[in-house]
Design a protein around this ligand. Sequence first.
Ligand SMILES: Nc1nc2c(c(=O)[nH]1)N[C@H]1C(S)=C(S)[C@@H](COP(=O)(O)O)O[C@H]1N2
Ligand SMILES: [Mo]
Length: 325
Amino acid sequence: MLIKRSPNGVDIPFASEITPKHIFESRRSFIRQVAVGSIAGGALLEMATRQALAQNAARKLAGKPNPAYPMMDRQSAYKDATTYNNFYEFGTDKSDPAKYAGSLKTRPWSIAIEGEVKKPMTLDLDSLLKLAPLEERIYRLRCVEGWSMVIPWVGYSLSALIKKVEPTGNAKFIEFVTLADPKQMPGLRSPVLDWPYVEGLRIDEAHHPLALLTFGMYGEVLPNQNGAPVRIVLPWKYGFKSAKSIVKIRFVNEQPKTAWNIAAPQEYGFYANVNPEVDHPRWSQASERRIGEDSFFTRKRKTLMFNGYSEVASLYAGMDLKKLF
Ligand SMILES: Nc1nc2c(c(=O)[nH]1)N[C@H]1C(S)=C(S)[C@@H](COP(=O)(O)O)O[C@H]1N2
Ligand SMILES: [Mo]
């Protein structure tokens, strides 16, 4: 393994090591495809991007700060949170979502809620926004790749939506299905994941008030690259659980098959709780790089159990978190 040693002795892995290998390799072909595609569709994409940018340009979306979720860490810069992203539907490079997600059409939008519920329904964005009072919650987001940010999100607890649809006794898990439209998402040309991107939770996890159905950040509607117009944010879990641009929520009896778990089950578990004691097979999870602090002279931060959200611990009482990682 190639390690670059920084002046203060902290090991800095190269991008090729912290990125799953098949993804790193597929990046080359993605860049090539986009380059070829741009000869034909560049002008169109450019127009769509401009339209979408105009549509989304800094639309305010305020949330009332919720004192139940204090945050001591300094907020990440808006620039970092909106240009260093994972949203593979738009490419696997950190800068791809900011470059290509402009073409995502976020209105009209709705979420279909199906499965083990007494009241299945489809809710459009305006109904979703009115379902509960919007709050601002500043959460740490810890990516499984070893970096983290601190982001002020705008949304409300997912439990408000769950209550509205009245799950049946058979609803043991919840599944989030996200948009997979090849016309809008150039990343779908690459088979890096089994599209659509699907994530899931056990139903008691979904009920936990920390689970935030999210519509905005930094007092504005979500930028497309951050999962507009509606995503989930689960701060005690690795970032990949926080599915972006959700179009369907299914209440199911069995543990859902989730995109990353299908792609590499030995690396990405269903639970994916942040846990400094359970290493990724190819790197340690004991520490993290806070984006914006990552100069050679900055020490890495210690990663905290459940990313510091110890109030979720009771959800996992009696479970072997080394096995059910
Ligand atoms: N649909 C979808 N959701 C996704 C992803 C993705 O590729 N597609 N990436 C995940 C990963 S790995 C992370 S770390 C977070 C990043 O969220 P952010 O870009 O808003 O910081 O989004 C998650 N949600
Ligand atoms: Mo991630």
